[in-house]
Design a protein around this ligand. Sequence first.
Ligand SMILES: [Fe+2]
Length: 229
Amino acid sequence: MNNRRTLLKRILAAVAALLMPGRLSASDILAPTPFLTAGPFYPRDPSGLPFLPARATLPEPVTNDLTRNRRGEPAQGRHIMVSGRVMDITGRPLAGAVVEIWSVNARNIYLVEDGGASDPGFAGFGVTATDAEGRYSFRTIRPGGYDRYFGLIRRTAHIHVLVKLAGGEAFTTEMWFADEPRNRIDSFFRRVADPGLQARMAVILNRSDGLDQAQFDLVLAPRYAGRVG
Ligand SMILES: [Fe+2]
């Protein structure tokens, strides 16, 4: 019943948004997922860090399965499924969004740091697009946290996510894991103080179909949500 009521509320909010775009009440608006920088290890445009030369080596072809290479060799580490919906602040699904993810491999190395040499089975970078309901999915690994600069940069486990819609600015954020002990030492995680947003961004893995599954939904603020209509 609760689900039906929630669904009805969402539909009403979406209809209201279409009919009266300027007259939504605050309670109909979803909190946008916070923007977090892409960082220096984005494979399409790596800026690198001093002492860590960036190599622009993309896996070919780039798909939504990061857990095996062209020769069928599997990625090291724990394989997981990440899926979710991309929507605007009224809950309206955003179809046709390009979604990209990248993370360290099971040895805590980014693709752009060693060109994939430390785990040739892990693609390190994936891309897909949302369907008509705004849904996307990836098969990847559960990455660990990492330290850089002799411990000056200390990060919790995270998967970088980029979403790009026609007519909107590129949006980047991160997916975290609720049971990761390093969350409490991570300045990015701690900066997202709102418990609701933290719960949306830090996923709980559920075992299903022999694989750990994560649901990661993204709510895009208008500047990222692209053309309306
Ligand atoms: Fe990172």
